[in-house]
Design a protein around this ligand. Sequence first.
Ligand code: CTP
Ligand code: CA
Length: 231
Amino acid sequence: NVLAGRPRDLAGRRVVVSAGGTREFLDPVRFLGNRSSGRQGLALAEAAAARGAEVTLVAANVALPTPAGVERIDVTTTAELRDAVLKSSVGADAVVMAAAPADFRPATYADAKIKKRTDGAAPTIELVENPDVLAELVRSRPAGAAEPFIAGFAAETGDANGSVLDHARAKLARKGCDLLVVNDVSGGGVFGQDDNDVLLLTADGAAAPVGRRPKAEVAHVIWDTIVQRLG
Ligand code: CTP
Ligand code: CA
């Protein structure tokens, strides 16, 4: 049982975990969102606290209780998530971006509810790109500094341009983070499930399959990898 007899090997460490999915509002009643439940992020926060870390959880629309001993900052949009993550990551030992930030937001916000048109024509929603928080975290780390250790998540499917692993390696290189937790979502449902099946891809090129396990166990395996790499 990987949960039994865990050492307090994160004692004295400060870590930041983001969880959930951001929402981008079109008008006072409507938003663009995604299906991230925040379960894996919460499991990461809980596991780190159990191992002795001081944990800040940046939670985007997570309808789950806060694990004991975890400081929680609630956010809604990707812009709010960015501010909270960048601020709380200053001086942190590790940052794990388990959240699913919306990549785009509506170019304009309507202060009043958007009404149906009398001629029946459908509106067109123009989108603009959101900042990439993970890439920004990597860029804001001083050159040569080992801390914070920065981990990202990626849900990938294989396609005509490459396998899940091909896409994941390209994403790790593009983002410049130290670890990418890769989810193969070709088969469908990981959202809201208690289990997860991931692969840990590190910047040195190693790929370690974790296998299908409860999200709490996956969280501990991720922290095992991070603890090994912290100075
Ligand atoms: N991420 C982020 N800021 C964004 C989008 C993503 O910090 N605006 C982070 C996620 O939290 C995750 C990692 O980047 O840890 C990878 O997210 P993913 O959506 O797979 O990457 P994208 O670069 O958005 O690529 P894609 O086009 O595949 O969505
Ligand atoms: Ca994305």
